[in-house]
Structure formats: C-alpha cells, structure tokens
Write a protein that binds this ligand. Structure first.
Ligand SMILES: Cc1cc2nc3c(=O)[nH]c(=O)nc-3n(C[C@H](O)[C@H](O)[C@H](O)COP(=O)(O)OP(=O)(O)OC[C@H]3O[C@@H](n4cnc5c(N)ncnc54)[C@H](O)[C@@H]3O)c2cc1C
Length: 430
C-alpha cells in the first residue's frame, strides 16, 4: 500500500509520553502485521528529546567540566536514533493549529497533515501568571537552552569579577528546590575557579512550605537540607513584580538579584486553549478513564476519538477527585494505556467481529526522587523513603532505567556513564 493511502496514527509531541506511545504502537502494529496499512507519525518541534531531570545539573556545571556539546549529548537524545529500528515517521515541525473536526494538523511551514487517529502529548508551557517584568527579567528552567543560558549567565558574572552573585529562584516545587540546592553546591567549584566568588541563593514560594503538596516528612527533610546549604527561604511570599535587578514580594520586601530563575509554574500549551474539548478549570483538556478527551458537547462530531496524555491533560484521580501530578512517570504509564487502547480501536476497525477490550487508567502514587544538592536526594518508593546518598544512588538508577527503555542497552549505558562522569564532579558528598 502506498504511504499516502495508509491510515495515519498521529502523535503530537515527542516528549516522555509521546515517544513512548509511538514506540509501543509501532511494536504492537508490527507484531499484528498491520504496519503496511497504518503509518505512525511522531511530530515534534525539536529533533531530540530532553531528559528534563538532568537540566538542573546542566545549569550548574562549570565550563571546565563540560562544554555545551558534551552536556547536549547526555541530556538530549536524537529522536531519529530512538525510533530508527521502528516503523515510525518522524516530522520535525512546529505545530500551529489542530482542527479536531476536519482532522487537520497545521504546521508553521504552512503544510498540513490529516490524521485518522490522534494522540495529544504536547507537554506544558511556562506560566508567568502575568506578573509584571517576570518574563523579561527571569530565565525559566524548561529546555536544554534555558539550562545553558542559566549557567552562561552565572559564569559570565563570575568571569567579570562579581564576587557576590545573588540568585533568586521563584517557585519551590521540585524544580526550584533542585536548582537552588545545586547552585550552592556549584558555589564550591566556582570559588576555586574564580577567587572569592560566592553564590547567595534565595528561594521564594507563594505557599506556606517548600514542595507544596508533598508528604510532610519530605517537606521537613527538604527544608532542613536547604537551610543547611545556607539557602534563604521565603515561604507564603508571592513575587508581585520583577525589575531588571530586583523582585518585589507581596509583603513589600525587595529582593535584589543578579540572576532570577523562574520555576513557579506551567500551563496548558496555548495551542490547546481553544480546542473544542471538555476542560478543567486551568484549561487543560480532561482525560477520562481510557485516556480519551471528550468533545465539549456530546453532539459535536470529531474526526476520531482523541487521546491525550502527560502534562498537557488533566486526569482526576477517581479516589481523591484531585488531578494527578504532572510528572514523567505519569506520562509514561498513560502512554502504555493509550497505546493499548488505540491498538484495540484499530483491531476492531480491521475486523467487524472483534470487540475492543479497552483498559482504564488507574492512577496510583508514582515514585519520585528530588535531588537536593550534591550526592543527596529524597526519594519515595511506595511507603519507603530514602534520603541522602541512598536517594542519590536511586536517582542514578531511575535515569539508567529510563535510558534502557528508549534506546539499545549499550548506548544507554554509554550515555549514562558519560553523564555520571560529568555530573559526579559537581555532586559533592554531604
Ligand atoms: C527542569 C525540570 C525537571 C523535571 N524533573 C522531573 C523529574 O525528576 N521527575 C519527573 O517525573 N518529572 C520531572 N519533570 C517533569 C517532566 O519533565 C514532565 O512531567 C514530562 O516531561 C511530561 O511529559 P509529556 O510527554 O507530557 O511532555 P514533554 O516531555 O514536555 O513533551 C512535550 C513535547 O511536545 C513538544 N511540543 C510542544 N508544543 C509543540 C508544538 N507547538 N509543535 C511541535 N512540538 C511541540 C515539545 O517540544 C516536547 O518535546 C521535570 C520538568 C522540568 C522542566
């Protein structure tokens, strides 16, 4: 069958969830002998996937230790390599619009693609909450380039001879806590390189504690650790305005800075804001049991069933009624559910006697690891907590496990060891 006659299973976004779902569907359809009738198209604006859990390390690695190319090779992985052995068509394009009724995907280069099955896995965008000056005067930590920009900015200040570099980190969720703590660890190395250069880090959080929403034991350990690292913490304080050199807080306090890192929130990609889908209060499409996003009104006829997964959708935990957290592990688990369900739909379309057996996503608490400076991390696996060096070792194993799941073992091991070699020089014990 000619490529253009094949039915298109289109996946928007090749992050954690999108890449996994593409790989799983490709393997399943190949096993079923259906790959000559279906084309799996994976679309992303970047030709690589970013391993976000390493970004805080990238942002705090001295230039002597690793140049940007070396860092790129351990924190980003070319998509063409990751799908090379699979029947997946990769499109490196910026998506500009999605017509769920006609079934058209519109790209920045003015081309379009028609889908027969659709999975939305577009992640999230930085949310600046319309705080005046914040977008202009802060650096987010979302992409590899953000991480390199943060490190280059601090490095340049040190090279210019600034002795006391003030860094403000806005938002004390996991990303804010990780980067704030790692700045302090980096400080030791910078001091050796640039005599008497010191980093002063202030962490600002609008909620009453750091790591809002986490278990109280985790919050207590993290707070103690951050204080031990001499990080100044302001909780219950919102950033109201940011100028070129200072953040003004709700209480009126002014916190001067040389570098402001914003890790205070994300929002649904603007591309999805006008989708005629059922949404939650923060504007994310709501995904139901089988990870399907339903149309805004029951009489609205969409081109096909729409599946969504990962950070760009909201899935409410049926037990608690609360949205499940936006973490990589959730996106990966949901990808498995979506792959199964979409292949069931395909099997049923191929045979009128086949009754699809969909599975329902049953969210459970996902394990997590929060590194807090050097070889120290807090991790939770089920009911077991790890903290200190054991948490840090677990973090390394989680990274290796992820790499094994997306590339051949020899390549995964090589990249992991390279990363370990670079970042171990940053991560001091204690
Ligand atoms: C600094 C940082 C550290 C983190 N650390 C952890 C951690 O330790 N553990 C953890 O579980 N989670 C962590 N996370 C969260 C984790 O990265 C997300 O939960 C996860 O990436 C969500 O996966 P996803 O597939 O939904 O979206 P993403 O992985 O964000 O993928 C979305 C993809 O869509 C693409 N895309 C978006 N819009 C367009 C468009 N218009 N056109 C084309 N392509 C587009 C993007 O390029 C991207 O590749 C971290 C996040 C950050 C920012």
């Amino acid at each position: 069958m000619a490529m253009e006659d094949k039915k298109k299973v289109v996946i928007l976004g090749a992050g954690f969830g999108g890449l996994r779902v593409a790989r799983l569907i490709a393997k399943k359809l190949r096993r079923l002998g259906l790959i000559n009738r279906y084309e799996i198209v994976l679309i992303d604006r970047n030709g690589y996937q970013t391993y976000t859990p390493l970004l805080y390390e990238v942002a705090t690695t001295s230039k002597q230790t690793a140049n940007a190319c070396k860092l790129l090779s351990v924190a980003t992985y070319p998509l063409s390599h990751l799908v090379s052995s699979l029947p997946v068509t990769l499109l490196t394009k910026e998506i500009k619009g999605i017509d769920l009724i006609e079934g058209d995907i519109h790209f920045a280069d003015s081309t379009t693609l028609v889908f027969d099955h659709l999975i939305i896995a577009l992640g999230s965008e930085i949310n600046y909450f319309n705080i005046p000056g914040l977008a202009e005067h802060s650096i987010p930590l979302k992409t590899f380039h953000d991480a390199v920009r943060i490190r280059d900015t601090v490095w340049s200040l040190a090279m210019e001879g600034v002795k006391d570099i003030n860094i403000v980190v806005g938002g004390a969720g996991p990303t804010g806590v990780e980067i704030a703590a790692e700045f302090k660890e980096w400080c030791g190395e910078l001091e050796q390189e640039f005599k008497k250069c010191r980093l002063h880090v202030t962490l600002i959080e609008g909620n009453q504690t750091v790591l809002p929403g986490f278990d109280t034991r985790v919050i207590a350990h993290a707070t103690k650790r951050l204080k031990k690292l001499n990080i100044e913490i302001f909780t219950g304080e919102r950033i109201e305005e940011v100028s070129m050199r200072a953040a003004t807080l709700k209480s009126g306090r002014r916190v001067p800075f040389d570098v402001c890192v914003w890790s205070g929130g994300v929002k649904v990609p603007s591309l999805l804001a006008d989708m005629p889908l059922e949404k939650e209060s923060r504007g994310r499409p709501l995904a139901q049991g089988i990870m399907e996003c339903l149309p805004q009104s029951p009489d609205l006829k969409l081109r096909s069933r729409i599946f969504g997964l990962g950070d760009c959708i909201c899935f409410n935990d049926p037990e608690t009624g609360k949205p499940i957290p936006s973490v990589a592990r959730a996106a990966l688990t949901q990808a498995g559910i979506v792959a199964h369900n979409i292949v069931e739909d395909i099997k049923s379309a191929e045979s009128s006697t086949y009754h699809p057996r969909h599975i329902i996503y049953d969210p459970h608490s996902h394990p997590y690891v929060i590194p807090i400076g050097g070889k120290y991390a807090i991790a939770q696996l089920g009911v077991i907590y790890f903290k200190g060096l054991s948490g840090w070792i677990l973090k390394g194993l989680v990274e290796l496990n992820y790499l094994f799941s997306i590339m051949p073992p020899h390549r995964a091991l090589r990249i992991w060891l390279k990363g370990l070699w670079i970042f171990i020089q940053n991560d001091r014990l204690g």
